[in-house]
Design a protein around this ligand. Structure first.
Ligand code: MRU
Length: 360
């Protein structure tokens, strides 16, 4: 991969590649306060479920650094508004709540330990946030390795949104499989849905794959059916913002449409996601909160209005693909197939602490 990164800790705060400005400009922001970090998540400076979780964890560690508390109970009290603010940023990506839950676990267990020391607790939170990033990167590599078996030489792979290095601590989930296949010497080609309205496919997937010299062609979202009908797509791989216990998958708006098209054309539809995206506490997709974003994302293209003033628009940011349309889910623990209500749960029997969300 080239010399760039999605999210990093620095002594001045959290550093983020400003994804709103890609592909024209590669600009890094350093965000020093929790409010700035939360706004960066809301404004899509950083996006993608795992990257949101990583950023929130670093944000919480930053809050501990900024607190003037001189004893542990004061630090615990000081961090409450940071937990609350970061949890309010984006509702669909369960990795956000998972990461905050994990930070809270550390806080609670360390704070209740005898002889707890405020400076040691700050260090512990910082280390935990860094560990979340390192683990996410390792999970993406493992997803790439696990998914290799699904990608034959010569495969033409359609993807939606950006589930790449830009959406994770690095390497990517759906694009992690693409990268692993390219590294294994397979001649693959990626078709990237542009992904209206925020253009994660056109701007971000195309940017990061072209940086890695992986062949990528951008299509508008409404071309996917036509290309499938012509036999130009061999398989679909997408990421996920949250996978319910029954295997229903919430992902970027338009993913469901792609899954329906794939089924109609007998094309395998794969979802790549780490265990941190699986939410066993949510039984099915209809209970997944779907983020609504602002009118301007749909009613404007760039800064230019494309919808007459006063005409309403709809703006859900995600949709739910029913489990029955998902051929397999690729995790860092391997490829999981239906019945998902059994096979997903089995993953956690080997990894008991993997899921705990901070929503409830
Ligand atoms: O609104 P976004 O850009 O955060 O949506 C991102 C997606 O839908 C991704 O596919 C998902 O988060 C998986 S990222 C590995």
């Amino acid at each position: 991969m080239g010399e760039w990164f999605t999210v990093r800790r620095s002594d001045e705060g959290v550093q983020l590649l400003d994804q709103r400005r890609l592909p024209e400009e590669e600009v890094y922001l350093t965000l020093g306060s929790v409010e700035e970090i939360a706004q960066a998540i809301e404004d899509l400076v950083v996006r993608g479920a795992p990257a949101i979780g990583c950023t929130a964890a670093l944000g919480l560690a930053r809050a501990a650094e900024l607190s003037a508390a001189t004893d542990v109970p004061a630090l615990v009290r000081d961090l409450e508004p940071a937990f609350e603010r970061l949890a309010r940023t984006r509702p669909t990506a369960v990795n956000l709540f998972w990461a905050l839950g994990r930070m809270r676990e550390v806080l609670e267990s360390e704070a209740s330990a005898s002889g707890a020391n405020v400076e040691a607790l700050r260090t512990r939170l910082r280390d935990e946030a860094e560990r979340i990033l390192a683990e996410d990167f390792a999970s993406c590599r493992a997803i790439g390795g696990a998914g290799l078996e699904l990608v034959p030489d010569g495969a033409r792979i359609l993807t939606h949104c950006n589930a790449g290095a830009l959406a994770t601590a690095g390497y990517g989930t759906a694009l992690g499989i693409v990268r692993a296949a390219a590294e294994a010497g397979r001649q693959i080609q990626v078709l990237a849905d542009e992904t209206r309205p925020f253009l994660q496919g056109a701007r971000l997937t195309a940017w990061e794959l072209s940086r890695d010299d992986i062949p990528v062609t951008v299509i508008t979202d409404n071309m996917a059916g036509h290309l499938m009908q012509r036999g130009d797509v061999d398989l679909v791989i997408v990421g996920a913002d949250r996978i319910a216990a029954n295997g229903d998958v919430a992902n970027k708006i338009g993913t469901y449409t792609v899954a329906v098209l794939a089924r109609e054309h007998d094309i395998p539809f794969y979802v790549a996601a780490p265990l941190t995206t699986i939410d066993l506490a949510t039984p099915s997709g209809d209970q997944i909160p779907i983020e609504e974003r602002g009118r301007e994302e749909v009613a404007e293209f760039g800064a230019r209005p494309v919808v007459p003033a006063g005409v309403p628009v709809r703006h859900p940011a995600f949709d739910v693909t029913p489990a029955r349309l998902v051929t397999a889910i690729v995790t860092e623990k391997g490829v999981v197939r239906p019945p998902y209500s059994e096979t997903l749960r089995a993953l956690y029997r080997e990894t008991p602490r993997a899921v705990r969300t901070a929503e409830s």
